[in-house]
Design a protein around this ligand. Sequence first.
Ligand code: PRP
Length: 220
Amino acid sequence: MKIEHNLTIALTKGRILEETLPLLAAVGIKPLEDLESSRKLIVPTNLPKVDLVVLRGTDVPTYVQHGAADVGIVGKDMLLEYGDTGIYEPLDLGIARCRLMTAGPQSDAEPPAMRRRVRVATKFLNVARNHYSRKGIHADLIKLYGSMELAPLMGLADEIVDIVDTGKTLAENGMVPLELIAEISSRLIVNKASMRTRHGSVQTLIGALSEVVSPREARK
Ligand code: PRP
């Protein structure tokens, strides 16, 4: 793959990173250091013009919106929560699939439609606000940064809004998924200015990634 402009690609740490590296390898981008163990923040690749930065998912849209990174790979949940102003989202990479859901204790037998007021613990404040307001339910939102499943167990909240993958975390804590808010997968995002000024290189990258992604998508 021939990349003529300098490109900085912002990657999301954790499970998304594990699934991103094979995609990058498939298009011929190989980090020169082990991204999972290196403490280096900007990692060069085998392509002299391409650097990688590895960030928390919450920060990837910010780096790309401001043009500090030209391109990013981030979960759709982050785009729903933090907005997509100033960026394009040209490609669904189909990796790190999961669901953004409401969930509550198993014993909570009251159907969601019956509830008029609910205490909700989440790190997805904007997503939760929109979801409950669309349903005409008054939600008292409680911001947490992790382990949302604990909140109903400890009496801090009635429900949570969180990512559900296998459902194991919910089940092990006596909770059940309630309503689907959005199907999530990781997306390629591009800074709008970079799309103009580094058009050829950005398009080369989008084209190469879409070729390795589409056969996988087609098999599903
Ligand atoms: C996510 C999410 C759930 C869990 C769901 O947490 O917040 O806790 O994974 O996965 P499961 O349905 O397969 O059990 P993560 O491990 O990413 O950590 P976090 O609490 O920092 O978000």
